[in-house]
Ligand binder design. Structure first.
Ligand SMILES: [Zn+2]
Ligand SMILES: [Zn+2]
Length: 350
């Protein structure tokens, strides 16, 4: 690949190649952070910064990332990128492979609406999914304990089920699958009533608290959640954040490392209990990391390639997950959201 890319895309490409080259994660995230900074600048501001040589005054842009931005902005392939392409470009999965996998995806099993911390009503999320050619979308708003994300109490979730039922009549044959992104409590139990979890089509279980617990505690916690008969998908398993991100009410989350746990034990339990490992496509997550994704493939896991979208446009992010899936040799028939809604439900409700 030698054609010039816009600056943010060039930076992300560099990060992608560095990660694949198994470079230290701080180096990878430096380029992702810089790309996120470029995203926040308008084209005029970017021009001005380059003209006045003040790019590196911005937090998150250093000499290396700054030079790459300037070169990409001038319509050139940044030197740093050209060198990486030369060394690692031949390992690239064919873009067509990722595109072919993506074309097989019939839906998404992880998305949020404005009922929790998403930015859009359920209907808009569903319409965006229809626009992508999807047959279904699992609506997985947060569970009660995640108050920072406006998690749904049992009463609100019940009301949401009624709203979804009405929308489904209108949008048929498209189907909004009822669901939840359920917090995994510190003791490994799930943060919603058994009765409600039993009524939902799709349960994504994720760790959102005590992420720095020691490996033994985290492993035990995840093993319990994966074995829970309600759990269908293990969400963003390491909890890592590659770049800072904005949350509701202007809160800012800083990058954080992976949680530590016995991945072999957890993924083996996923195989045993029929829980799919999520390949989370959010650019700041890209979870699991490639080495863990490869391990999960080797152990025989099934997968869900999800966007974890918090806005309609983000439903388009599945390509990120497909690239990683192809790179790690995930067979399409082990990706549960390549299945029809009917087959998927037969799997999740088993
Ligand atoms: Zn989550
Ligand atoms: Zn989520």
């Amino acid at each position: 690949m030698s054609e010039p890319l816009p600056p943010a895309a060039a930076l992300r490409r560099i990060a992608f190649l560095l990660e694949r080259a198994r470079e230290p994660s701080h180096r990878v995230s430096a380029f992702r952070t810089a790309a996120a900074v470029v995203d926040t600048l308008g084209p005029d501001e970017l021009d001005r910064r380059i003209r006045t040589r003040t790019l590196t005054d911005l937090r998150g842009i250093g000499p290396k990332t700054g030079a790459a931005i300037v070169q990409a902005h001038a319509g050139e392939v940044p030197e740093y990128l050209a060198r990486l392409e030369e060394t690692h470009g031949d390992l690239l999965p064919l873009a067509e492979d990722a595109a072919a996998l993506r074309a097989l995806l019939r839906g998404d099993l992880h998305a949020h609406s404005d009922w929790s911390d998403g930015g859009s009503p359920i209907r808009e999320m569903a319409e965006a999914a229809i626009g992508l050619g999807h047959e279904y979308l699992a609506l997985t708003d947060h569970s009660p304990r995640l108050t920072v994300a406006n998690g749904l109490s049992p009463e609100r979730l019940e009301r949401q089920l009624d709203v979804v039922a009405e929308l489904n009549e209108e949008l048929s044959p498209f189907r909004i699958l009822t669901g939840i992104e359920c917090d995994i409590n510190v003791d490994g139990s799930l943060d919603q009533t058994d009765e409600l979890l039993g009524r939902l089509d799709v349960v994504v279980a994720s760790v959102h608290s005590d992420l720095r617990a020691d490996s033994a505690a985290m492993t035990e916690r995840m093993l319990a959640a994966v074995a829970d008969p309600h759990t269908d998908v293990l969400g963003h398993c390491t909890g890592r954040l590659l770049i800072p991100r904005e949350q509701r009410e202007g809160r800012r989350q800083r990058p954080r490392p992976e949680s530590t746990f016995d991945a072999e034990a957890v993924f083996s339990a996923c195989v045993e209990h029929g829980t799919a490992v999520e390949i989370n496509s959010r650019p700041e997550r890209l979870d699991p990391p490639l080495r863990l994704l490869t391990l999960a493939v080797d152990l025989g896991c099934e997968f869900a390639i999800d966007t974890d979208a918090h806005a309609p446009g983000q439903l388009d992010w599945q390509g990120n997950g497909c690239e990683r899936a192809v790179e790690c040799g995930v067979p399409a028939d082990r990706v549960v959201n390549t299945r029809s809604a009917e087959d998927l439900l037969a799997w999740s409700l088993r």
